[in-house]
Design a protein. Structure first.
Length: 283
């Protein structure tokens, strides 16, 4: 039997409706809309898309989004100056530094800027203080993707208490924080990564399996216990027709999408997992 598809689109629409009312109340109380300051350094196309998407989402909710763009030649000090200006501003309620940063800024640039953000305005939850609070179960801001995963599970009526959860991936953005959040919800959590031995066997023990490793269609049915809930965090763009055809059954509408666009977005979970899982997020 095919897995129940968890409808993230519908849930996101419900959340947006709820947020519009909350933003209206905040705007009335403060006599100005809540304002997010975003720092974008360089001209990375994907980052431009992400920032534009965030700006449009903010506009739709009634938020003000203030984007400061710096050229890729900007120094780390100049970027930090923008963050500090957002910190001092009484009119900026949240701050976001769009990653990745240009390599010319150095290997520690991201962490330097994340640590420069006022923890009380750190909406991504990347500041060490906020990560520590998350570990203690008293976070003010938690990273957005892990928060979205928990919200999706809650609104899909999937119980976590006493369940075995396996997280494949240990990134600072998704893997580690979502593991902590699952622990706080009384799940028994195992974190796996590229050096984990016998990964499929460990994954098959999961009642809830979260794939966040950034490898297209890596998680196959071999990894999934029948009836498990599978959350696919991955977003991978494929352009190789041979690979795409190997993943999808003949006649799949997604093959037509690939033929039309020349590329296809797939997750970290193989499409065939839908025949084994009990519930699954589509990509």
């Amino acid at each position: 039997m095919a897995a129940r598809l968890l409808d993230g689109t519908r849930i996101a629409a419900d959340i947006r409706t709820e947020l519009i009312a909350r933003v209206e109340a905040c705007t009335l109380a403060a006599q100005r809309p809540p304002t997010l300051g975003i720092l974008l350094v360089g001209d990375d196309p994907a980052s431009e898309v992400y920032v534009n998407t965030k700006s449009k989402a903010g506009d739709a909710l009634g938020l003000k989004v203030d984007v400061v763009r710096l050229p890729k030649t900007a120094t780390l000090d100049k970027a930090k100056e923008v963050v500090c200006r957002f910190n001092r501003s009484q009119n900026h309620d949240g701050i976001l530094v769009q990653a990745p940063l240009p390599s010319a800024l150095g290997t520690i640039a991201e962490q330097t800027l994340f640590e420069a953000i006022d923890p009380m305005k750190d909406v991504d939850g990347f500041h060490p203080i906020n990560f520590g609070r998350l570990a203690q179960g008293r976070s003010v801001f938690a990273p957005c993707t892990p928060s979205g995963i928990l919200e999706l599970l809650d609104r899909s009526c999937i119980n976590l208490k006493g369940q075995r959860a396996v997280v494949i991936g240990r990134s600072q953005i998704v893997g580690k924080p979502v593991a902590l959040m699952l622990l706080h919800r009384h799940a028994t959590v195992t974190v796996c990564h590229s050096q984990t031995r016998d990964l499929p066997a460990l994954a098959r023990d999961a009642d809830v399996l979260i794939a966040a490793l950034g490898r297209p269609a890596f998680v196959t049915s071999e990894f999934v216990k029948p009836g498990a809930t599978v959350i696919d965090v991955g977003v991978n763009r494929l352009v190789d027709e041979t690979i795409v055809k190997s993943l999808l059954p003949l006649g799949s509408p997604r093959l037509q999408t690939f033929a039309r666009r020349g590329s296809l977005l797939v997750g970290d979970v193989h499409p065939a997992v839908s025949e084994t899982a009990g519930a699954l997020t589509p990509v």
